[in-house]
Ligand binder design. Structure first.
Ligand SMILES: Cc1ncc(COP(=O)(O)O)c(C=O)c1O
Length: 424
């Protein structure tokens, strides 16, 4: 049964939303729930000690931190919480991972990366340079012949890049610039089949879920991937990142540099779901918030409801941006133009034609008026942004409106109203 998202309930969980400010830069970082704030305050006030000692406060602190691994395991769909490590950011986690893999990479190995966010590109490029591996790019290409900026990643552009030497394939599950959702499971299956047919003996797949995780459900086991990362600060929680490394890769590819994985069996006293657990953790983390969004108490139901609501937001915004009057004015969506559940409400555009307008100038109007937060730039998807055809100034990049499930159609109307004034 499909559940309809109760947006008013969702909004009521976020203190920042009470101000009336329209948060439309969520791809840069979402707002945080009151329950996460309470947990952080309580942790710092009452259990801010070194983990692992035997005195009572340290035991509680250790349990609290380790319980987060169980939540991350569920959010990632991982088999075991021993496959999870936390770090300050996804960028740092992937850099640590790449450094930990140094010894398992040989000269001549091939890495296939995208031009998406540098977090899942830079570490592989640097590792390749250190070890003499070869980097190949899987570039996004236009989907609408009338809009050269309507870019998305297509599997048919990826498969020819695979060879017997392919070692790493790294891509995003969703682009923080283009907004498209990439079918990770189908692509990974195609990659593995192609790699096997061409004689590649060990291919590890690294997926950046930072832009994807606030909107759609991750399932590392169903996707058959080896590495996955997302950041809680974009998923309604604090500034911390979870990295998944499949157990087989942990034992065969990654050295002791990445040694902070959490033991799968403890030292928990309070087991998730067991007596006392709910009181300490149950109402205070990201996972319970997501589960509370539908009566089903199930992540699949939550993300289905989120996807349905978000698609109505994207529909409205994309409907405005791609209407004949806006196209004639020079507005071009950067990314897939058609709304669907495979399209996030992360919507970027540029203004070209005989009355071009810099992205900075568009956003400046919003900032002067106040009340709505949006942003312009390359959003660290340097390679994609610097290859936009025809080119745009990398410093200006694109205007981006990035919405999540707590945004409303009324907020989209307010954003469109400002665009109408700017592009009149
Ligand atoms: C797609 C994508 N990947 C990676 C990152 C980097 O995440 P972090 O800030 O946790 O390093 C971001 C941040 O904006 C992102 O949007």
């Amino acid at each position: 049964m499909a559940h309809v998202l109760d947006v008013a309930f969702a909004r009521s969980q976020f203190p920042a939303l009470k101000s009336g400010f329209i948060f439309a830069e969520n791809a840069g970082g979402s707002q945080i729930t009151q329950s996460s704030i309470d947990l952080i305050v309580d942790y710092l006030a009452n259990t801010n000690v070194q983990l692992g000692a035997d005195y009572s406060v340290s035991v509680t602190a250790t349990e609290r931190v380790y319980s987060a691994a169980e939540d991350a395991r569920k959010l990632l769909g991982a088999a075991d919480k021993g496959e999870i490590v936390f770090g300050p950011s996804s960028t740092a986690n992937l850099e640590n991972l790449a450094r930990g893999m140094e010894e398992s990479i040989q000269a001549g190995d091939e890495f296939i990366i995208t031009g998406e966010h540098e977090a899942n590109c830079g570490p592989w490029k640097k590792l390749a340079a250190r070890r003499g591996a070869v980097v190949k790019y899987w570039h996004s290409t236009p989907t609408n012949p009338n809009n050269p900026y309507s870019l998305s990643l297509k599997v048919e552009d990826l498969l020819p890049l695979i060879s017997a030497k392919t070692r790493i394939v790294a891509f995003t599950a969703a682009s923080n610039l283009l907004g498209s959702v990439v079918p990770v499971e189908a692509i990974t299956k195609a990659v593995r089949a192609e790699a096997a047919a061409k004689g590649a003996t060990k291919v590890e797949v690294s997926i950046d879920c930072v832009a994807y995780a606030p909107h759609r459900r991750i399932d590392v086991q169903a996707w058959d991937i080896d590495f996955c990362v997302f950041s809680f600060y974009k998923v309604y929680g604090p500034h911390i990142s979870a990295l998944y490394v499949r157990a087989a890769s942990l034992s065969s590819s990654v050295s002791s540099l990445v040694h902070h994985f959490l033991p799968s069996d403890g030292p928990y006293k309070l087991q998730p779901g067991g007596p006392g657990y709910e009181a300490l953790y149950g109402t205070t983390s990201v996972l319970p918030y997501l589960l509370s969004l539908t009566p089903a108490n199930d992540l699949a139901a939550t993300f289905a409801a989120i996807a349905a609501h978000e698609t109505t937001l994207a529909e409205k915004l994309l409907g405005y941006l791609t209407a004949p009057a806006q196209v004639a004015r020079g507005l071009r969506v950067v990314g897939v133009e058609a709304p669907s559940t495979d399209r996030l409400p992360t919507v970027s555009f540029v203004v070209v034609g005989d009355r071009p307008m810099g992205s900075k100038d568009v956003v400046r109007v919003f900032d002067r008026r106040g009340g709505i937060g949006i942003r312009y730039g390359h959003f660290y998807a340097y390679t994609t942004a610097s290859r936009l055809p025809p080119p745009v100034d990398l410093e200006e990049g694109a205007v981006r409106v990035s919405l999540v499930h707590y945004n409303t159609l009324e907020e989209v109307d307010a954003i469109i109203k400002v665009f109408e004034e700017i592009f009149a």
